[in-house]
Design a binder for this molecule. Structure first.
Ligand code: TRP
Ligand code: ZN
Length: 879
C-alpha cells in the first residue's frame, strides 16, 4: 500500500543501547525563530551493548551546527549529520563527552512536539519522541541521565522553568538573563521540559509526611490567576493522598504546573515541571462546569502520581507504556473515588471504558494492552493502554486482595526505583508479594478483544439449589485469530425475588469473598440452601472488563434495579432494561412502525426517584441518563442505521419524559441549591440531576421544558447550570435556541475555553443543517485549526458526538472530516491522526454509509505525502 513505508517496530527486537548517557548538560538560548541548543553529553559504552558499534543519535527537523569530542572539533569524516540523525562512526571505547550544537525554530513548530510557542510562551513536549526535535539524542526511555539545564532568554521572558531544583539565576549582557536547573533524579529524555514566558502564578508550601517543605505552584496566563486555585488545591490533596494510600512522598524542593493553550493531549508529567493543556487547569464557577472541575482534579492527580509510576520507575521501551499509564489511571481513579462518590465514579469510568475502549477493542484498531508491534508510537496512547490498562490493575487487586496488592506495589517501588522496567517485572512483584501464580493473569496484557461472558442459571426449588454456568469467548482481532480463556473475576451476589440478599453457600467454597474466578472456557457452580428463586447479580462493581450476556427477564432486571445492594449493578440493571427497550424500538422504526414503549420502565424509574433522588442525586443522574446512541449501536453490532437508533432512543425518552412529567417537574423545583457555589461532589450531584431532569422533561414536553430551560439559562450563576440549560435548548429547533447561543457567545467572546463548549454543543446537534453550521463556524473569529482544543471542540465533537450527522447517508459528514484531516495532516499530524480514529467503527454501518466511509478513508490514504501518524490509523482501519 502507498504511504505505508514506516518500519514496523517489534517488542521481540528489543535490545539495549550500545552507549549510555550518564549526564546531560544543556544550554538553551531561547529565540523566537532561532533558538540555539548546546548539549554536552557524558557517554560511555554500555556493558550490555555491542562493543565498537557506531553511535547513531536521533534527530527530527534539526539544524546541525557543530560537534566536538572531548573538547576537540571533530573532522567532517568522523560523523554524518542530517536533520534526522547524527552518526559518530568510531566512538571511543571508554568514557567520553560530546558537545553538540543545533538550532531550531520554535515559532514554526506547528506539530507541538519538541520546543514550540503557545500564545508567546515557550514550552516543550517530549513524550514520546519529541526530545529529538530539540537536540540529537538516544531518544528512548531506557537511557536514563542526570540533567542540568541552563536557559537563557530576553528579559521580556522573565520566567524560566526547568526540571528539578533551581540552582542559579542571573543577568546577562544585552537585555538577557538566565536560570540553571538541576534534576538529581536520572530520567529518560521524554521527561525533559523547559518553559519560558511571562506568566502569573498561585503558590503554596506543601509539607511532606517526613516534614520536607515543597514549594508548589501553578502558572497561568496573566489575568487568569484566580482560575488556578482549584488546580493548586487538587495538587496538594493528591500529594497527601499518595502518601497515605501508597506511601509515596514527593522528592524535589519544587513542583511546578504550567498551563498552556496549545497542547496535543491532556497534560504531561515532566519531572517537577508538569505542562498542562489549560483546559485541565483553569476553573471558575462562571467558566467551568462541575465536570471540568472533576477532570482538573483527576488530571492534576494523574500527572502528579506519575512522579512515582512513570518517572522514578519508567518504561524500558514504549511497548511497556501501560506500565505507567494503566497504573497511573488506576491511581487517579482511586483518588477521585476517595475524594468523591465511589459508586458514581465507577459508573462514570465504566461509561468511558465502554464508549472509548470497547469500540477500539471490537474494531480494526484493536490491540493488546501491551502491543507487540507498532509503526507510530503516538497512535498507541489509546483507551486500551490507558483505560483497559487501569482495569487490569483493578482485576489484579481483586485476584490477590488489597493487602497483597499494597505489598506488591511496595516491592515494585523498592526493587525498580531508578530503573526502566517491564510488565513482567511489575507482575513478578505481585506474584512474589502474594505468593500466587500470575502467569494466567498476565495473558490480559497480551490478548486484544473484549471477552464475552455468558451466564445461565437453573433454580431447583425442591433441592434449594441454584446452578450457575459461566462461559467465555473472545472474538478474533487483527493479527490474533485464536483466543485463550482469560482469568475473569466475577464478583457476584444473589437477590431473592423478595428483594433480600441471599447468602452464598457452595459445597466446596468456590466463591470466596463474593468472587467467582472464571479462568476456563466454562465453569459451573452450585449454590446450596437457596430458599427462594434467586436473581443473580453478576460482575458487581464491573469486576472485569468484559461484556456480559445473561438471560434475565425484564422482571428479573427490575428486581435488581429495585433491590441490588451493589450500586453499580443497580445502575446496570436500569441501563440493560432501557437498552432492550430502545433496541426493540429500533426494530420498529426500521420496519416503518411507531415505537412502542412499555410502561414498566417509567414506573420503575418513578419508584427509584422517590427512593434515591434526594438521598443520592449524583447516582440518580447516572440512572436517568439512558444508554447513548453509541451504546445501542454497539449492542446491535452490525448493519447500523444511526438515524433509526436516534429516532428510537428519542421516542423512548419522549415516552419517559411524558410519563414522568409531573414527578420531573416537582423534582426539578426541589433541587434548587440555596448555598454559595461549591464545586464539591454534593452540589455537583444536585446540579447533575437537575440538568438531567430538565433534559428529560424537555424531551417529553418541548414547550414546558423550553420555558424552564430559558429561565435556568438566564438565572444561572454558574457554568454547570448555564451550559446544562443551553444543551437542552440546543436540541429544540427554533428562536429560543439561537437567541441563547448568541447570548452565550457574546458573554464569553474573549474566553476560548468557554467558546469550546459552544462550538462542541453546536457540532453535536442531530439535525441536517448541522454540517453547514459547523462549516460556517470554521470561519468564526475564535476558531483556529492550529489550536487542538478548538479543533477537537468543533470537528472532534461533530465526528465523535453526532452519529447521525457524521454518518449522513449522503457521505457529506465523512467527506468533511476527510477534508479536515487532510488539511491538518501537514501541520499537526498527531491531532489529524486522533480525528481519523472517528472512522474506527465504519465497518459496522449499513452498506450505503459503509461505502461512503470507505471512500473517505481511501481519499485520505491517497494524500501524498501523508504523515506516518495518519497513514498508520487509516491503513489499519481499511485493512
Ligand atoms: N504521558 C502523558 C499522560 O498520560 C500523555 C502524553 C503522551 C502526551 N504523549 C503526549 C501529552 C504528547 C502531550 C503530547 O499524562
Ligand atoms: Zn499518563
Amino acid at each position: 500500500m502507498r504511504n505505508d513505508n514506516a518500519p514496523l517496530i517489534r517488542l521481540e527486537d528489543y535490545r539495549p543501547t550500545d552507549y549510555l548517557i550518564d549526564t546531560v548538560d544543556l544550554t538553551i538560548k531561547l529565540h523566537p525563530t532561532a533558538t540555539t541548543v548546546i548539549s554536552r553529553l557524558a557517554l560511555r559504552p554500555n556493558p550490555e551493548g555491542q562493543a565498537g558499534a557506531s553511535l547513531a543519535l536521533d534527530g527530527d527537523e534539526l539544524n546541525f551546527a557543530s560537534i566536538s569530542l572531548n573538547g576537540t572539533q571533530l573532522a567532517a569524516n568522523a560523523y554524518t549529520a542530517s536533520p534526522q540523525q547524527l552518526v559518530l562512526h568510531h566512538p571511543p571505547q571508554e568514557a567520553f563527552t560530546l558537545s553538540i550544537e543545533t538550532s531550531i525554530n520554535p515559532t514554526a513548530n506547528t506539530k507541538l512536539m519538541g520546543l514550540y510557542r503557545s500564545s508567546g510562551t515557550y514550552c516543550t513536549q517530549c513524550e514520546a519522541d519529541g526530545f529529538r526535535r530539540i537536540t540529537y539524542f538516544l531518544d528512548r526511555p531506557d537511557v536514563l541521565s542526570v540533567y542540568t539545564t541552563r536557559i537563557e532568554a530576553d528579559v521580556d521572558t522573565p520566567l524560566l522553568l526547568g526540571n528539578g531544583n533551581l540552582r542559579e539565576t542571573g543577568a546577562l549582557d544585552s537585555g538577557r538573563h538566565f536560570a540553571v536547573w538541576d534534576d538529581p533524579f536520572p530520567k529518560p529524555c521524554y521527561l525533559f521540559a523547559i518553559v519560558g514566558g511571562d506568566l502569573d502564578k498561585v503558590e503554596d508550601i506543601f509539607t511532606t509526611v517526613s516534614g520536607r517543605k515543597v514549594t508548589v505552584a501553578v502558572y497561568v496566563e496573566r489575568g487568569k490567576r484566580e482560575r488556578a486555585w482549584y488546580a493548586l488545591d487538587s495538587l496538594q490533596r493528591s500529594m497527601h493522598w499518595d502518601e497515605t494510600v501508597f506511601g509515596r512522598e514527593y522528592d524535589l524542593d519544587v513542583f511546578n504546573v504550567v498551563a498552556v493553550s496549545d497542547f496535543n493531549m491532556g497534560a504531561m508529567e515532566n519531572k517537577g515541571l508538569n505542562v498542562f493543556n489549560d483546559k485541565y487547569v483553569l476553573a471558575s464557577e462562571d467558566t467551568a462546569t462541575d465536570g471540568d472541575y472533576a477532570n482538573i482534579e483527576a488530571v492534576i492527580a494523574h500527572e502528579y502520581f506519575h512522579n512515582w509510576t512513570g518517572n522514578r520507575i519508567t518504561c524500558r521501551d514504549w511497548f511497556q507504556l501501560c506500565l505507567k499509564e494503566g497504573l497511573t489511571v488506576f491511581r487517579d481513579q482511586e483518588f477521585s473515588s476517595d475524594e468523591r462518590s465511589r459508586p458514581v465514579k465507577r459508573i462514570s469510568d465504566v461509561r468511558t471504558l465502554r464508549s472509548a475502549q470497547f469500540p477500539e477493542d471490537g474494531g480494526p484498531l484493536a490491540h493488546p494492552v501491551r502491543p507487540r508491534a507498532y509503526k507510530e508510537i503516538n497512535n498507541f496512547y489509546t483507551a486500551t493502554v490507558y483505560e483497559k490498562g487501569a482495569e487490569l490493575i483493578r482485576v489484579l487487586k481483586i485476584l490477590i486482595g488489597p493487602d497483597n496488592f499494597r505489598r506488591g506495589m511496595d516491592l515494585y517501588f523498592d526493587r525498580y526505583d531508578g530503573t526502566a522496567a517491564t510488565i513482567e517485572q511489575f507482575i513478578a512483584s505481585f506474584a512474589e508479594a502474594s505468593g500466587s501464580d500470575l502467569a494466567a493473569f498476565s495473558q490480559w496484557y497480551e490478548q486484544a478483544g473484549t471477552p464475552r461472558v455468558t451466564a445461565r442459571g437453573v433454580y431447583d426449588a425442591a433441592a434449594k439449589t441454584y446452578c450457575l454456568t459461566l462461559s467465555q469467548t473472545t472474538a478474533p482481532t487483527p493479527g490474533q485469530a485464536e483466543k485463550q480463556p482469560m482469568v475473569i473475576p466475577v464478583a457476584l451476589g444473589l437477590i431473592g425475588e423478595s428483594g433480600r440478599e441471599l447468602a452464598l453457600e457452595t459445597a466446596d467454597n468456590t466463591v470466596e469473598n463474593g468472587v467467582l474466578i472464571l479462568d476456563t472456557p466454562e465453569r459451573s457452580v452450585t449454590f446450596t440452601n437457596v430458599t427462594e428463586r434467586p436473581v443473580p447479580s453478576l460482575l458487581r462493581g464491573f469486576s472485569a472488563p468484559v461484556t456480559l450476556d445473561i438471560d434475565l427477564s425484564d422482571d428479573d432486571l427490575l428486581v435488581l434495579f429495585a433491590h441490588d445492594t451493589d450500586a453499580f449493578n443497580q445502575w446496570q440493571a436500569a441501563q440493560t432494561i432501557a437498552s432492550r427497550i430502545i433496541i426493540r424500538a429500533v426494530e420498529q422504526v426500521r420496519a416503518g412502525k411507531p415505537a412502542e414503549v412499555p410502561a414498566k420502565l417509567a414506573e420503575a424509574l418513578d419508584r427509584f426517584l422517590d427512593a434515591h433522588a434526594q438521598r443520592d442525586p449524583a447516582f440518580a443522574a447516572q440512572v436517568l441518563s439512558l444508554p447513548g446512541e453509541a451504546d445501542i449501536a454497539r449492542e446491535i453490532g452490525e448493519n447500523i442505521d444511526p438515524d433509526a437508533i436516534h429516532a428510537a432512543r428519542k421516542a423512548v425518552r419522549q415516552s419517559l419524559g411524558r410519563a414522568l412529567a409531573d414527578k420531573l417537574a416537582e423534582l426539578y423545583a426541589s433541587l434548587t441549591i440555596n448555598a454559595p457555589f461549591s464545586p464539591d461532589a454534593t452540589q455537583a450531584g444536585q446540579r447533575a440531576l437537575r440538568n438531567a431532569v430538565l433534559d428529560l422533561l424537555t424531551t417529553g414536553d418541548a414547550f414546558r421544558g423550553e420555558a424552564l430551560a430559558r429561565a435556568q439559562f438566564d438565572a444561572a450563576n454558574n457554568m454547570t447550570e448555564r451550559l446544562g440549560a443551553l444543551a437542552t435548548l440546543a436540541h429544540v429547533p427554533g428562536e429560543a435556541r439561537e437567541t441563547a447561543l448568541a447570548a452565550f457567545a457574546e458573554r464569553y467572546k474573549d474566553d476560548p475555553l468557554v467558546l469550546d463548549k459552544w462550538f462542541a454543543l453546536q457540532a453535536s446537534i442531530p439535525e441536517t443543517s448541522t454540517l453547514e453550521r459547523v462549516k460556517g463556524l470554521l470561519n468564526h473569529p475564535a476558531f483556529s485549526l492550529s489550536n487542538p482544543n478548538r479543533t477537537r471542540a468543533l470537528i472532534g465533537s461533530f465526528a465523535m458526538a453526532n452519529a447521525t450527522q457524521f454518518a449522513r447517508a449522503d457521505g457529506a459528514g465523512f467527506a468533511f472530516l476527510a477534508d479536515m484531516i487532510i488539511s491538518l495532516d501537514s501541520t499537526n499530524p498527531q491531532v489529524a491522526s486522533r480525528l481519523s480514529t472517528a472512522f474506527r467503527t465504519w465497518k459496522t454501518l449499513e452498506p450505503t454509509r459503509r461505502a461512503q466511509a470507505e471512500a473517505a478513508l481511501r481519499r485520505i490514504a491517497a494524500k501524498s505525502p501523508l504523515s506516518p501518524d495518519v497513514a498508520d490509523i487509516v491503513n489499519r482501519s481499511l485493512a
